[in-house]
Ligand binder design. Structure first.
Ligand code: ZN
Length: 599
């Protein structure tokens, strides 16, 4: 039966650019959205950016950009990053969207009608970084425990939300619906804290203007957290999306946001007379060398850089497989672990299976038979694991089947027996694997299907068992679908890089080489190393006159290569665009003497 599934992520605060920690959560949400689509559910997936508050206004000021332009710019960067990681939400919501502003104002009016909003004075220790007040007790000697900066003593007129009124309601909620705060360890923390008593929540500010105008008082703007939480509801106020609110709604968030989602949010909804979501999933942090990844700690890792190095699939696979999402525990991110998993699992296990089998099928073809191999995969178990958000374990199960397929190739030796039935079993199994892996590594999964010319994949009950794709006979491998995502990646060891000897040199002479339309013969002065002759493909980009006298960087200890009969003794360092239509030599200042080392 078709179910509805609405998955949201925390919306990111646009005071800094995205890092891998932000990406983790969005990748998981995208995987869950794709998985639910795969098993036939009706899915709505929303992510976005949180754009109000003093911290953002201050960041814009520091950047020297008007705040509306600033939030446009950073929000766009988040969008771009998600796009590069193949994260495709149905809506990218921004808290500066007009419809959101309207919904927030209506929401507050509903709470007021209920008698839950009053005017008072707030005084306390405030951290602009967190946009939150601290008590003496949870500060670290007057410093913010997260930002390690002194807290400001602030007193202001403020509207309050009667959170204290909802203490019993909340405790009842956690009892009646134990899955509301997932996993259970987080729930227990929340229950204990709520039992200590709740204070009313200050929900408006007067010390800045960058926010949604408070609908009851023009001098105030809405507190950024009160505004942000409502985004989840806003997204479902569009025509056709209303049905996703309530039971189908699952919020994914980092454990630092648990309190807001497990306490404020259900109380706010109850006050406004709106149905509660099904669940809040509170995951752990990705750490980097044991510390929380954040811009302010200066160890942020950009998803863009990682995608460029390893491809989107590799990163998606790694974070889904490496970290125990459902336990709510932290996990340490390292590029070494990413490369290891990529090489051992994606390249060696999956990549090899696909390339071996496709090569054999190209030679010997397939013949239809009842498929015993494919029955070894336990789809029910995988589905159950995904339902419990144990995505790492689900991947484990899929890879156990990939191992089984690799063993099957070894056992049956189809390269000797030329057994077309065995190859049929393997091919169908690989197509099944590509279906199951689609939510995790969408690009590679799609390419596998194309490589095997999969015609049609028929979805059946309970999952998507039946694949009717394979015709008997020789199968032509679709060579265009290179499985780049499944090839090994190599890392350059630091020691290897150190071996390179880069020097500053100056171009003395430039000559044409007979019959070569791209190469120049170049004589270099490398200071203490004397002169060197090299051949360089610069003719399309530089005239001889432009090169003469130019200071450049030269790789001095490369093995000589013979080009057009000339011993070329090294290479020049140059930058080029992707298409290699533009090349620019790297040129050091004249203050640096010839022969100086680079590195
Ligand atoms: Zn702080």
């Amino acid at each position: 039966m078709k179910k509805k599934f609405y998955v949201t992520t925390a919306i990111d605060y646009v005071n800094a650019e995205p890092h891998i920690g932000h990406a983790y959560q969005k990748i998981v949400a995208d995987i869950l959205a794709r998985w639910n689509k795969l098993i036939g559910n009706e899915v709505f997936f929303v992510t976005g950016t949180d754009e109000h508050g003093k911290k953002i206004k201050d960041s814009a000021q520091r950047a020297g950009i008007p705040v509306d332009k600033f939030v446009d710019k950073i929000s766009e960067k988040f969008k771009e990053s998600w796009d590069e990681l193949n994260i495709h939400p149905d809506r990218f919501i921004r808290t500066t969207d007009k419809d959101h502003e309207r919904v927030v104002k209506e929401f507050i009016k509903k709470c007021e009608k209920k008698g839950d909003i009053y005017k008072g004075t707030y005084s306390g220790l405030y951290c602009t970084g967190c946009e939150a007040y601290y008590t003496e007790k949870n500060s670290e000697d007057g410093n913010c425990p997260i930002h390690k900066k002194p807290l400001e003593e602030i007193e202001e007129e403020s509207y309050f939300f009667k959170l204290s009124k909802y203490e019993d309601f909340l405790l009842e909620l956690y009892k009646k619906n134990p899955g509301f705060v997932f996993p259970v360890s987080r729930r227990n923390e929340v229950v204990n804290r709520v039992k200590e008593g709740l204070k009313d929540l200050s929900i408006s500010r007067t010390n800045f203007e960058w926010g949604i105008p408070f609908p009851l008082d023009k001098k105030h703007v809405v507190y950024v957290w009160f505004d942000a939480l409502i985004n989840y509801y806003t997204a479902t106020r569009k025509k056709g999306k209303e049905k996703f609110w309530g039971k189908p709604t699952v919020h994914i968030l980092g454990k630092d946001n648990t309190w807001f989602h497990a306490v404020y949010w259900p109380a706010m909804l109850k006050s406004a007379g709106i149905e509660l979501p099904r669940q809040t999933i509170n995951h752990g942090f990705l750490t980097f060398n044991g510390e929380k990844i954040s811009k302010s700690l200066g160890n942020a890792i950009s998803p863009k850089v990682l995608v460029k190095k390893y491809g989107a699939d590799s990163i998606r696979y790694f974070v889904a497989r490496h970290f125990p999402f459902a336990t709510g525990e932290d996990g340490d991110f390292s590029e070494k672990a990413l490369v290891d998993r990529h090489n051992n699992e994606l390249a060696n296990k999956l990549g090899n299976l696909v390339s071996r089998v496709s090569g054999l099928i190209e030679k010997y073809g397939v013949e239809k038979t009842s498929n015993k191999l494919i029955k070894k995969i336990n789809e029910k178990k995988i589905e159950k694991l995904m339902e419990n958000y144990e995505i790492d374990k689900a991947l484990n199960e899929i890879f156990a089947f990939i191992d089984r397929c690799n063993e099957y190739v070894q056992e049956k030796k189809p390269w000797e027996t030329k057994d077309k039935k065995v190859l049929y079993e393997l091919k169908e199994s690989i197509l099944k694997i590509s279906e199951l892996l689609g939510p995790f590594i969408p690009e590679s999964a799609e390419k596998i299907k194309k490589q095997f010319n999969a015609k049609k994949i028929i979805k059946g009950e309970p999952l998507f068992i039946k694949i009717e794709s394979t015709k008997a006979g020789v199968h032509k491998v679709n060579k265009e679908e290179k499985l780049v995502g499944l090839m090994s990646v190599k890392e350059v060891e630091f020691e290897e890089w150190e071996k390179l000897d880069l020097r500053v040199a100056q171009i003395k002479e430039v000559e044409d080489i007979l019959g070569a339309d791209k190469l120049y013969k170049i004589i270099l002065d490398v200071g203490e190393l004397g002169s060197r002759t090299i051949c360089a493909g610069l003719k399309e980009f530089y005239s001889k006159e432009k090169l003469k006298g130019k200071r450049i960087i030269y790789f001095s200890n490369l093995k000589p290569r013979k080009l057009r009969g000339i011993d070329s003794q090294g290479m020049l360092l140059a930058a080029s665009n992707k298409e290699r239509t533009k090349v620019s030599l790297i040129s050091p200042d004249s203050e640096i003497e010839l022969g100086a080392t680079v590195g």
